[in-house]
Ligand binder design. Sequence first.
Ligand SMILES: Cc1cc2nc3c(=O)[nH]c(=O)nc-3n(C[C@H](O)[C@H](O)[C@H](O)COP(=O)(O)OP(=O)(O)OC[C@H]3O[C@@H](n4cnc5c(N)ncnc54)[C@H](O)[C@@H]3O)c2cc1C
Length: 326
Amino acid sequence: MINVDVAIVGGGPAGLAAAIECRNSGCEDILILERDKILGGILNQCIHAGFGLSFYKEELTGPEFAQRQINEMKGLGIRVMTDTMVLSITQEKVITACSTEGLVEIQAKAIILAMGCRERTRGMLRISGTRPSGIYTAGTAQRLVNVAGYMPGKEVVILGSGDIGLIMARRMTLEGAHVQGVYEIMPKSNGLKRNIVQCLDDFGIPLHLNTTAIEIHGKERVIGVTVAKVNQNLQPIEGTEEFIPCDTVLLSVGLIPENELSLGCGIVMDPKTRGPKDYGAFATSVPGIFACGNAHHVYDLVDNVAKDAIKVGRTACEYVRGEVVQ
Ligand SMILES: Cc1cc2nc3c(=O)[nH]c(=O)nc-3n(C[C@H](O)[C@H](O)[C@H](O)COP(=O)(O)OP(=O)(O)OC[C@H]3O[C@@H](n4cnc5c(N)ncnc54)[C@H](O)[C@@H]3O)c2cc1C
């Protein structure tokens, strides 16, 4: 059994910001557990600029933002275990994880949950049709293109106008694919205005509002999508159906806090955010367990993730010192 004061699950921008502040607040025994081979979380696949404007007062790419945090951490003596997947957490704050050394158990005085979020999938949308290959969440496609170096397809339809979908419309275009359009069921995009201008308008990619996909076609591989306009109740309007040929469908239809560990631990969840219910200052229902970043609720900007995670790192340190009673 490894004993630590504060264990942090997830080494993305939230976990890193919390760890740095926890250390700077006086906590000396901190351990970050990260399932990936490297720290940085989702930022490692976000190679576009636009990060850090309010946090570092500079425009950075995702990997540059992450590297700044990693550099800040150097010399602080924060322990890191990468390649380590946390499998469970108990209310007594015992963590079980699978690492390169096998199964490990960690007893912590406080735990910070910073596992990020996951993307909503086709199954959650209930679009009818067959189940061919060529359907990806936008984040998966982003990782394939930017990290693994694979192109998921050539003729692309994007469903949903979340920021990741808008950014991938531009990315796929820059990599030589043709993006037929972005189809959004709501009357307006929930993406940032700057992303609509810089990722769609600048590349002549059309945004079709009040439009949804009603069927995906193809046996082995996607061959097209039938889209239709929707009425005020978001129901397809008969007679407006249109077949859009494509070999790839990217879904950008929402994010959900990564909550398997929280649920397994019996932490009370918030039905609105789908993350742990906040009992004040990012505390969960279990004393000594805190949540931050997208594991707490889904954020638009990493700058705000880092700012809030700093507060969580400080509170966790105060909890270990007995200065905060939960
Ligand atoms: C695909 C995608 C693209 C995005 N693009 C942008 C963008 O362009 N600009 C922007 O400002 N924001 C973007 N965001 C929002 C982004 O989520 C935040 O900016 C920020 O990365 C959230 O930080 P985080 O630390 O909470 O989560 P993450 O960055 O997701 O980090 C969570 C970390 O926890 C680890 N982890 C999860 N479960 C476990 C476990 N059981 N055991 C061990 N480790 C675990 C993960 O491997 C990951 O490293 C994007 C989000 C997604 C999903």
